[in-house]
Design a protein around this ligand. Structure first.
Ligand code: HEC
Ligand code: HEC
Length: 372
């Protein structure tokens, strides 16, 4: 598999050179036609779309553990396609094996998000977000201390030298942090899911949902539950403005504190009202992205719904003890409700309509490796 990918990369560079030559020596037309069909794995029109070159390079980088300082983690170690580009851990595990404080969000449709990360409303570009996994130190994610070390690593890998030269042909030093970020960003933009049953429903196929799922949908959008008031659907190609809310998961001192380690948006604004406010997460593929919430402290959807039903989470023992439903900063939309077993099942069956694994068939999205 790895070899195959490498071969494709080499074919690709050969093809670029070849196409240039084709114009120089039009007499070779027959031969070029033959070669292009031989080198099928990369579609012909890729050459006309530099963005796709970037995406291909970005994909190699995304899946490459050599992108971490000790060669243990890639972006995909935490953003794994089989977990909807999340990781299944309560909180992520960095290059040194230490837990990161937050749960890994799914990257599906992340390009349509108004801002990035759970608790910072000021990060609007992938390029800015990328500094965090690359350079975070306590704990390390990819674990780099500086730019020079990454560049030295990449410059030692012949496959990347070739690829960067192809993608940035006119530049003197194609291997730069800027270009690495540029390529990864282009790949991130391709991580898209628009084929859930709920998408089909919104596109007009009303009979695609069962009676139970429709009953669940009515509950989801009801003023009793209010789920739909915060969890807005990521419709095709539409930006979703970020919304930060306190859902009453904690209330440690009765004055609204969340665990010291993570107070959410408050850390950025220093405004008490923002304590415990986290970005409303996407529910796309929510059945595949457990455990839930910013710190992964909710294990199942059943538990999540129980927390909303009680109007917040009550923790009886331990250092996080407190009644979240009384958190003074909690959203007014979370008031608690009663829900029968059957209603809960319907609600979960509706949440399951957000499942779309179609992207697993998109070959341009899945694992690749550049060996040398
Ligand atoms: C050690 C695990 C880990 C690694 C490695 C990692 N991430 Fe993340 N990623 C996370 C966590 C955890 C968050 C949430 C951070 C936060 O909210 O403060 C996150 C957030 C993000 C976001 C914002 C998502 C959103 O919904 O706002 C993007 C985009 C992202 N990562 C892309 C990447 C890319 C690209 C790489 C590789 C260069 C990478 N990550 C490496 C764990 C990881
Ligand atoms: C006031 C806005 C608001 C309302 C109303 C609301 N949510 Fe949420 N929801 C959030 C926020 C914010 C989070 C993240 C909380 C955190 O991490 O601290 C969240 C998290 C979740 C998660 C975890 C997702 C993940 O990937 O971690 C699920 C599932 C969920 N909500 C479902 C629901 C359901 C079902 C309802 C209706 C019963 C509902 N929500 C009502 C704002 C809201």
């Amino acid at each position: 598999m790895e070899l195959r990918q490498q071969e494709m990369a080499i074919n690709r560079s050969a093809m670029k050179l070849f196409v240039k030559k084709k114009y120089l020596f039009s007499g070779l037309f027959f031969l070029s036609f033959f070669s292009l069909s031989y080198i099928r794995p990369f579609a012909k029109n890729e050459l006309k779309q530099p963005k796709e070159d970037l995406q291909i390079l970005g994909r190699y980088l995304f899946y490459d553990t050599r992108l971490s300082y000790n060669q243990t983690k890639s972006c995909a170690s935490c953003h794994d396609p089989s977990f909807a580009f999340s990781d299944g851990y309560r909180t992520a595990v960095g290059a040194d094996g230490y837990a990161v404080r937050r749960n890994t969000p799914s990257l599906l449709n992340v390009r349509f998000r108004g801002s990035f990360t759970w608790g910072d409303s000021s990060i609007h570009s992938f390029e800015r977000q990328l500094f965090f996994p690359f350079f975070n130190q306590h704990p390390k994610e990819l674990g780099w201390e500086n730019e020079t070390a990454i560049i030295a690593r990449i410059k030692n890998i012949p496959g990347y030298i070739a690829l960067f030269n192809i993608v940035f042909p006119k530049q003197k030093t194609p291997i730069s942090l800027k270009n690495i970020f540029y390529a990864i960003t282009a790949f991130e933009e391709t991580i898209i899911s628009h084929a859930s049953r709920y998408d089909a429903y919104l596109e007009g196929n009303e009979s695609i949902l069962t009676a139970h799922e429709k009953a669940g949908m009515r509950l989801f959008f009801s003023t009793k539950l209010n789920c739909g008031a915060c969890h807005v659907w990521d419709r095709k190609n539409k930006l979703i403005p970020s919304r930060f809310e306190n859902t009453g998961l904690y209330n440690i001192d009765r004055y609204g504190d969340y665990p010291f380690l993570d107070q959410g948006l408050f850390e950025i604004t220093k405004n008490n009202e923002d304590k415990g406010k986290f970005r409303v997460p996407s529910l796309r593929n929510v059945l595949l992205t457990a455990p839930y919430t910013h710190d992964g402290s909710v294990s199942t959807l059943d538990e999540m719904i129980d927390i909303y039903a009680k109007g917040g989470r009550s923790i009886e023992v331990g250092e996080n003890k407190g009644d979240g439903s009384q958190n003074p900063y909690k959203s007014k939309l979370i008031k608690g409700f009663s829900i029968s077993k059957e209603e809960k099942e319907n609600l979960i069956s509706f949440l399951n309509c957000f499942t779309d694994t179609g992207y697993l068939k998109n070959k341009r999205l899945l694992f690749v490796a550049l060996k040398e």
